[in-house]
Design a binder for this molecule. Structure first.
Ligand SMILES: [Zn+2]
Length: 322
């Protein structure tokens, strides 16, 4: 008997995640003296600051974010969620903003970040941009994601997926009018290939993909957690204290999110290593108890549960890792 897809509910919402005060007009006419009448309309320019919108799609209890960076004249999307509904919500929000989509950026190679792209860009000729490594893994792994996700999500998993149309190298800077983005290509981390994207030139807004979830359970089954930890440490060292991370799951947060993620990964791998796997059921329960003791929430719990067996197998093969 066919099982019912877990399309229990979905919702989307957006908000100004950056929560920054609007900029004050910047006077540019140095000749204007106090008390002197002047045509302020022509003698002042307004320094536009981009606004970041978060769109959270929750289909099958899988909350995942897309972001829209709204510049003065254009919009750039970061990721596109997993589903048809999520991708449409991105497209509808772009229509509400009423500025053309200049590009869609994909942060990493997991389907909950590129699946909705085909819907998000429908009717637009905007490129889908990713690093070459992210692009290659998406194309390599998409057939197996189809096998896994179709039974889970039914028609919410798009029948055809859109892949990147424009690949970039590490350090590439892109400008879309006043929206400037710089990519750091990471390689294996949470997924087989990750990247993070910096907005502007002060490193204060970072679209960090799944390098750190915001207090949701995490997917470690791809097995690159040592690389993941190294990237967390490197990024932590480089970011300013007032950085805003825009994560793939959960609300934007500060740099401490990276430390939280590091502890989650360490607790997870240590719990697997210390469990007695001669009794797999008991060992699995011990790991669950440790992880839920650190994060007592159900958000994305299934990702954590899916990760236990592959991680245990990895560590059994090579108990010296980590
Ligand atoms: Zn994700």
């Amino acid at each position: 008997m066919a099982s019912t897809p877990p399309l229990l509910y979905w919702l989307t919402y957006e908000k100004n995640a950056a929560a920054k005060a609007p900029p004050l007009p910047v006077p540019t006419n140095a000749d204007t003296t106090e008390g002197e009448e002047s045509d302020k309309e022509t003698e002042m320019t307004v320094k536009h600051r981009t606004v970041t919108h978060r769109i959270e799609s929750t289909v099958g209890q899988t909350p995942v974010n897309a972001y829209l960076i709204e510049g003065e004249t254009e919009v750039v999307a970061i990721d596109s969620t997993l589903t048809v509904s999520g991708g449409r919500a991105v497209r509808e929000r772009i229509a509400e903003i009423d500025k053309p989509l200049a590009a869609l950026v994909v942060t990493h190679a997991h389907p909950d970040h590129y699946g909705g792209a085909v819907e998000a860009i429908a009717g637009s000729d905007a490129p889908i941009i990713a690093t070459a490594g992210v692009d290659a893994v998406i194309r390599r792994d998409d057939p197996i994601k189809e096998e896994i996700l179709r039974p889970m999500f039914g028609d919410e998993w798009p029948a055809q997926r859109a892949f990147p149309t424009w690949t970039v190298d590490d350090g590439t800077e892109l400008s879309f009018d006043d929206i400037r983005l710089t990519v750091r290509d990471l390689g294996p981390a949470e997924s087989p290939h990750d990247s993070v994207w910096f907005l502007g030139d002060d490193n204060r807004d970072v679209f960090s993909g799944d390098l750190a979830y915001n207090h949701m359970h995490c997917y470690l089954a791809d097995g690159f957690w040592l690389n993941w930890l190294a990237h967390i440490d490197a990024l932590s060292d480089d970011l300013p204290a007032d950085v805003v991370l825009h994560p793939g799951h959960g609300e934007p947060a500060g740099r401490s999110l990276l430390a939280w993620q590091r502890t989650y990964i360490k607790k997870f791998t240590e719990a697997i290593r210390s469990a007695d796997w001669t009794d797999p059921d008991h060992a699995t329960q011990d790991v669950l108890d440790t992880i839920t003791g650190y994060l007592d929430r159900d958000h994305l719990r299934f990702l954590m549960e899916l990760s236990i067996e592959p991680l245990a197998a990895t560590l059994a093969d090579d108990p010296t890792t980590g």
